[in-house]
Design a protein around this ligand. Structure first.
Ligand SMILES: Cc1cc2nc3c(=O)[nH]c(=O)nc-3n(C[C@H](O)[C@H](O)[C@H](O)COP(=O)(O)OP(=O)(O)OC[C@H]3O[C@@H](n4cnc5c(N)ncnc54)[C@H](O)[C@@H]3O)c2cc1C
Length: 380
């Protein structure tokens, strides 16, 4: 409404929206109920250039930049917050980290496959006892004559049961705390000692999420990504990108809630008139619109700054916090407007509610983003 996209960005938005509505829309609700993830949808998104917007052409990307990719993410998320997650777990997360920190062989081996959707990616930080407090992770990679021996358990990992390649964070020296964490690029299917399990979730049921168990997993020396002990810095940089895409995902769901509420408010009649005539409904609609547009400005501005090389972690936290909270609130308001029909499994409102709850948890909880913002403001 208030933000003018370029002609090229509008074309990308239209193409992504059309794909989401025509390809994912018809399967979304049934697959959601059964918890079906379709690998081929990721591959199709890759072939259409949706996954590689921040990746240079020589590695299979389209190099259209952050803002254009964010707009694609938003459009996919409007229809499916599940499938939208792949923009982050393929190229924006592991892909960009590999590009910046990888050897030429690591880049060539993985980045084009992640961009094309031929390889499914994941990144694994969280552990049963280490969520927000990343440094309390227990997974260790011990140096030996053949490389590194990896032992530990990761949990809540998006794509864990289906991933081909993972960025795995582990201590190589626990005494050094944050400076003792390293990142490894791991072939998830071919490497002996790796097993996974599936986690049943409240929402986002068309993505796989699970645990990963590493039992005496022998990694070659060249599995190390970047420097020994450089994993925490790499992780923070990666989250600086993926968090913004989480905000864009929330923007998509917030937009879907607003559109659905407008449609329903105009159609539904009570007391002999459209419910849109009631001021309390108008208040809810106006509030959803205000928060959606404010989210959009924050997310797009942060994306533009990334394209211009002026991005700061705090502006990403502000955008992530606001857009994710706004989406959860929009889903709640949509339920109030739809009322009993919103409580039905036949309408997507219940899915928006379930999916949006994840946004305020993943990639840093809302509390953690407030901590980041306050620490920045207070020079702590
Ligand atoms: C759908 C989904 C997908 C996910 N995908 C991935 C993935 O691909 N890779 C991965 O590594 N992880 C993933 N995660 C894990 C996610 O990143 C963590 O859940 C998140 O970091 C929070 O950790 P936790 O759930 O253990 O909560 P905890 O850290 O245990 O927090 C519990 C509560 O305490 C609060 N809290 C904690 N510390 C503070 C503090 N310092 N100040 C104030 N409040 C605090 C939190 O805000 C929260 O309310 C995923 C999670 C979900 C739900």
């Amino acid at each position: 409404m208030f933000f003018e996209l370029s002609e090229e960005q509008r074309m990308m938005k239209d193409a992504a929206g059309r794909f989401a509505r025509e390809r994912i829309g018809p399967i979304q609700e049934e697959d959601e109920k059964k918890g079906v993830f379709r690998r081929e949808v990721v591959s199709e998104m890759g072939k259409l250039g949706f996954l590689g917007g921040v990746i240079p052409e020589e590695y299979g990307g389209t190099n259209i930049g952050f803002l254009s990719s964010i707009v694609i993410m938003e459009e996919i998320a409007k229809v499916s917050a599940s499938y939208a997650s792949h923009l982050a777990s393929q190229a924006v997360g592991p892909g960009l980290a590999l590009l910046k920190y990888g050897s030429e062989i690591q880049k060539r081996n993985y980045v084009p496959g992640l961009v094309a959707g031929d390889l499914i990616g994941c990144f694994a930080v969280t552990e049963p006892d280490a969520g927000s407090d990343v440094a309390s992770m227990k997974t260790v990679a011990t140096k030996n004559e053949k490389g590194f021996l990896l032992n530990g358990t990761k949990t809540w990992i998006t794509n864990a049961p289906v991933a081909d390649v993972g960025l795995i964070f582990a201590y190589t020296d626990m005494n050094l705390k944050h400076h003792g964490i390293s990142c490894f690029v791991v072939q998830m299917k071919q490497t002996p000692g790796i097993t996974t399990s599936h986690i049943e979730k409240l929402g986002l049921c068309c993505t796989e999420t699970g645990e990963i168990f590493f039992e005496d997993v022998q990694l070659p020396p060249d599995a190390l990504l970047g420097n020994l002990g450089g994993g925490y810095k790499l992780l923070m940089e990666m989250l600086g990108n993926t968090r913004l895409f989480m905000a864009a995902r929330a923007l998509g769901v917030g937009g879907a809630c607003l559109e659905a509420s407008l449609d329903y408010a105009k159609k539904r009649r009570q007391f002999g008139q459209s419910i849109s005539k009631f001021q309390m409904i108008q208040d809810q609609i106006a509030e959803m619109c205000i928060e959606h547009e404010a989210s959009k400005l924050l997310v797009y501005q942060a994306a533009l700054n990334k394209d211009n090389g002026r991005s700061t972690p705090v502006e990403v936290s502000v955008a992530k916090y606001f857009a994710c909270e706004a989406a959860a609130k929009a889903a709640d308001m949509a339920l109030r407007i739809y009322s009993s029909y919103g409580f039905s499994m036949d309408f997507p409102i219940q899915r928006y509610i379930r999916d949006s709850r994840a946004f305020t948890i993943t990639e840093g909880t809302s509390n953690i983003h407030k901590v980041i913002i306050a620490r920045h403001l207070l020079d702590l």
